[in-house]
Write a protein that binds this ligand. Structure first.
Ligand SMILES: [Fe+2]
Length: 265
C-alpha cells in the first residue's frame, strides 16, 4: 500500500495487480454492464457514430457498489481508498460504463473542427467536475469526485483506446485553482468562471508532464487522482478486443465538498 501511495501522490495515478475479490465482482457485474447497451434510457450515450458508448452513471449498482449478484465492492483498491485517501462509508455512485469500439473517435455531428481535433490529437484531455455552462461553454466547478477508479470489465489490448494520464498534472491543477480561489469561501467557488485558469493549467500540463497510457486486465484496476488531467486515446489500427470492445467501468463518487476537493492529499 505504501508503494502505491507514493506512486499515486507523485504521479497522480497507480495500478493494482490482479485481485481475486475484484475479479469476482467483475464476473458478477459484467452481465449488468452489457445490459446497459440495450437499455433504451441509455441509448443517448452512443456517440461518435457508434464508436463510443459513454454510459455515464449507467450501471445500476447500489451505494455499496453491488449490482446483480456481485455483492459490495471489495479488495485492494478499496483498502487503498480507505487507508491512503481516508475515504470510508461514502455512497458509491452508479458507475460509468465506458465502451470504445474500433475507429473511436469517428466525427460526431454538432462537434466543431476544434473539438474533433482535440479529441483525436489530445485524447479529449480534461479534469473531471469542471462543467461547461451556457452558450459560451464557460467552465464551473460543479462536481467534487473523490477519485476516479477504473475497472476493466473484459480483455482488450493496450492499443484499444487506453486511459491516458498526464503524470504530475494534479499538482499543477491544484496550484492553479489554489491561486484562483484564494480568499474566496468554498461555497462561492462554483459560481466562478474558471475557464481561463483551467485552459492555462491544461496547457502547462501538456508542456511539462509525461503522457502515459494505462492498460489493465479484468481483476486489475487503476485509480486516478481527482485533480489529474486525463483522457482516452483513439483506437489504434490493429487493436485487439472482443465484441464488448474496450469496456471499463469508472466509479467517481462525491464523498466531500469543494474545500476537500482542492486541498485533500
Ligand atoms: Fe474524466
Amino acid at each position: 500500500m505504501r508503494n502505491h501511495a507514493k506512486t499515486f501522490f507523485d504521479r497522480g495515478w497507480c495500478r493494482f495487480d490482479f485481485d481475486p475479490q475484484l475479479h469476482s465482482w467483475v464476473e458478477a457485474a459484467l452481465g449488468s454492464a452489457r445490459a446497459t447497451l440495450n437499455d433504451s434510457r441509455q441509448a443517448k450515450w452512443l456517440r461518435y457514430q457508434g464508436t463510443w458508448f459513454a454510459g455515464v452513471n449507467a450501471l445500476p449498482n447500489d451505494a455499496r457498489g453491488a449490482v446483480g449478484t456481485s455483492g459490495a465492492l471489495r479488495g485492494m483498491a478499496l483498502d487503498f481508498i480507505a487507508e491512503e485517501l481516508g475515504l470510508r462509508d461514502f455512497a458509491w455512485d452508479a458507475a460509468q460504463v465506458s465502451i470504445c469500439y474500433p475507429g473511436y473517435p469517428l466525427p460526431m455531428t454538432g462537434e466543431s473542427r476544434g473539438q474533433a481535433r482535440y479529441r483525436r490529437e489530445f485524447d479529449a484531455a480534461h479534469v473531471d467536475g469542471l462543467l461547461p455552462e451556457g452558450p459560451g461553454r464557460r467552465r464551473h466547478l460543479r462536481e467534487y469526485h473523490g477519485f476516479i477508479l477504473g475497472i476493466p470489465m473484459v480483455e482488450f489490448d493496450a492499443d484499444a483506446s487506453p486511459f491516458v494520464v498526464w503524470e504530475g498534472s494534479h499538482e499543477i491543477v491544484r496550484a492553479a485553482f489554489g491561486r484562483r480561489f484564494a480568499g474566496l469561501a468554498p461555497g462561492l467557488w462554483g459560481e466562478q468562471d474558471i475557464t481561463d485558469v483551467y485552459h492555462a493549467a491544461r496547457e502547462q500540463a501538456f508542456a511539462e508532464c509525461k503522457r502515459v497510457e494505462v492498460h489493465a486486465r479484468p481483476g486489475e484496476a487503476f485509480i486516478a487522482h481527482r485533480l489529474v488531467l486525463h483522457g482516452t486515446a483513439p483506437w489504434r489500427e490493429g487493436a485487439v478486443a472482443g465484441d464488448d470492445g474496450r469496456m471499463i467501468c469508472y466509479f467517481r463518487p462525491d464523498p466531500f465538498g469543494p474545500y476537500e476537493w482542492l486541498n485533500n492529499p
